[in-house]
Design a protein around this ligand. Structure first.
Ligand code: TYM
Length: 333
């Protein structure tokens, strides 16, 4: 069976962007039963920028609760935090020696995050995509569901696999396929439809957090930036209207229909009418997840057990692949 791997950083709360662009797809792929699914809280990635240790531990557990509340079954999927499977970091080092400085320097996320102050950025932030390649390839994963913003990192993962195979004259690492599908591969800020919804945006009104109450969810949608035009009949009528397009996409992803079907149902509606309908749908779909997350967070020991068990299962798959890699490279065992 083909193998799926994906990860989410425990660097803050889970947003609607993470949920629609990634988590919901993870659940779909798990439930399809056609793939072996491995999902990870990437705590080693999170510390590429400063994290308060207490917050990191809390966010890792809360993210685990988010996975389970969204429908990930820790029996069906392998679910764990990255640092408990040391093979990720070990293969990450090998890939640091395969990847080229020039490749890393071209990553747009590196350029955005390090900005003009690259001298002060951590070395880990620069090397980040090589560790991400290791996350995937230490399981020989073939499919990686992600949002649009991870596309370039997955191209680099393919480059690293190909260079390793070429340099050592082997056909060992698979060339993985990104899975970037659905209406919500890029959920935008509710305050600015040209900016990605992100956990680091200073305005809390810009995003929906999966732990938001029903009232907060409804309020944020009511206050979302829009325009005075009614919804058009055809999708190209949204081309110059990023805020409107974003709400249509969110509706489509929540209702599990296409954006065109949203327009078929709501063409001619003003946002004064459409927003309350979207708010009801969002509350119906999201509020129960938030409630379940806080319930799960009451039993921290159980969450830690789930993560430890998931890590054991992860290591069973990763250890032989790492061992074989080290042998190929010439490390005496
Ligand atoms: P991260 O933690 O930033 O985001 C987790 C997932 O959520 C998606 N996402 C979005 N999708 C749609 N709209 C948005 N506004 C939005 N914001 C975030 C991301 O695309 C991602 O799929 N580098 C990764 C974590 C990672 C990883 C991996 C992913 C580490 N190793 C191996 C896949 C495979 C990251 O920072 O995601």
């Amino acid at each position: 069976t083909p193998r799926v791997f994906s990860g989410i950083q425990p660097s803050g709360g889970l947003t609607l962007g993470n949920y629609l662009g990634a988590m919901k797809r993870f659940v779909d792929m798990q439930d399809a039963g056609t793939h072996e699914t491995i999902y990870c809280m990437v705590d080693l990635h999170a510390i590429t920028v400063a994290q308060d240790p207490k917050d990191l531990a809390h966010n890792t557990r809360e993210l685990c609760a988010g996975f389970i509340a969204s429908g990930i079954d820790p029996e069906k999927s392998v679910l764990f935090n990255q640092s408990q499977v040391p093979e990720h970091a070990q293969l990450g080092w090998i890939f640091n020696c395969v990847a080229r400085m020039g490749w890393m320097g071209r990553m747009t996320q590196w350029k955005d995050k390090a900005g003009k102050n690259a001298e002060q950025a951590s070395l880990g932030l620069f090397a980040y995509p090589a560790l991400m390649a290791a996350d995937i390839l230490v399981y020989h994963a073939t499919h990686v569901p992600v949002g649009e913003d991870q596309k370039q990192h997955l191209e680099l993962t393919r480059d690293i696999a190909a260079k390793f195979n070429h340099d050592y004259g082997v056909d060992f690492f698979p060339i993985t396929e990104p899975v970037i599908e659905g209406a919500a591969t890029r959920v935008m800020s509710l305050r600015d439809g040209t900016k990605k919804m992100s956990k680091s945006d200073p305005s809390d009104l810009s995003r929906i957090n999966m732990t938001d109450t029903a009232d907060a969810i409804a309020k944020k949608i009511r206050k979302a930036k829009t325009d005075p035009e009614p919804l058009p009949e055809a999708l190209d009528g949204l081309d110059e209207r990023p805020d409107a397009r974003n709400l249509v996409n969110i509706y489509a992803a929540l209702a599990e229909i296409t954006p065109q079907q949203v327009l078929d149902q709501h063409a001619g509606s003003q946002f004064g009418t459409f927003k309350p309908v979207l708010a009801d749908l969002a509350v119906e779909k999201l509020a129960p997840i938030g409630t379940e997350m806080s319930r799960l967070m009451e039993d921290q020991a159980e969450i830690d057990r789930i993560l430890a068990r998931g890590a054991e299962r992860g290591r069973e798959i990763a250890a032989p692949i790492l061992a074989k890699t080290l042998e190929i490279v010439g490390m005496v065992r």
